[in-house]
Design a protein around this ligand. Structure first.
Ligand SMILES: [Fe+2]
Length: 229
């Protein structure tokens, strides 16, 4: 499966100068957030491909006007051509913005999705806006990643994690397009646009029994507080 991932800055090559060859052989488009709804609508209209998305911290307009024709995977498991995606949008809560969360609130979002993850026998691709804490994130509070994403990778073992929020244009030393997390998951920063191949043979990195065991216990119960959707 060929995946076009987009994030944070609208790509001129895909919008102003779009030509069909720019999405040649692409099977699915995934947005990691902070992109105008009109841009995602343009992509879904021009390519005819499924466009999955999570909101970024700057996407408060999605609540009033979500990108039409695109699939919101925030807190949901969605399967495309047998590949299972789960999404957790938003960033750290540095103000009262809509898609901003404390560590506990993000953990609660993950906990709410657990039954869907177990029902699907795991997920292959984790899609977030923010990065993992201490893995491709930055030190300022707004760009700090989430510890619970590291824990998610340890317990669920998706093959790939896609995120944005840390722009290549920041020229930060932690910016890396592709990096292998200590858990073995390939982590991709999808700033602007990035095309990669996902090999279906990389699916099912975890057995169902191990997944159920890993998702029981502390990960489920330590942070029982609820947040409003
Ligand atoms: Fe962001």
């Amino acid at each position: 499966m060929k995946i076009l991932a987009v994030s944070d800055d609208e790509s001129k090559a895909l919008w102003d100068y779009y030509t069909p060859d720019r999405v040649k052989d692409v099977d699915v488009i995934v947005s990691c957030g902070d992109l105008r709804a009109e841009y995602l609508e343009f992509l879904v209209t021009m390519t005819g491909l499924p466009v999955l998305y999570v909101p970024g911290n700057h996407d408060k307009q999605y609540a009033e006007r979500p990108p039409e024709g695109c699939i919101n995977i925030d807190g949901k498991v969605v399967t495309i051509d047998g590949i299972r995606f789960v999404g957790f949008g938003g960033s750290r809560k540095y103000s009262n913005g809509k898609y901003m969360y404390t560590e506990d609130q993000m953990r609660t979002k993950i906990c709410k999705a657990k039954p869907k993850i177990i029902k699907n026998g795991g997920v292959d691709i984790l899609v977030t806006h923010a990065a993992c804490r201490d893995f491709g994130d930055m030190e300022d509070y707004a760009h700090r990643g989430f510890d619970c994403f590291n824990e998610f990778l340890e317990r669920v073992h998706p093959s790939v994690m896609l995120h944005g929020h840390v722009h290549a244009s920041y020229r930060h030393r932690n910016f890396k397009r592709e990096n292998i997390h200590p858990t073995g998951t390939k982590v991709i920063n999808c700033y602007e646009r990035y095309i990669f191949d996902f090999d279906p043979a990389e699916k099912n990195r975890i057995k169902k029994k191990e997944l159920s065991k890993n998702l029981r216990g502390a990960f489920w119960t330590v942070y029982p507080q609820n947040i409003k959707d």
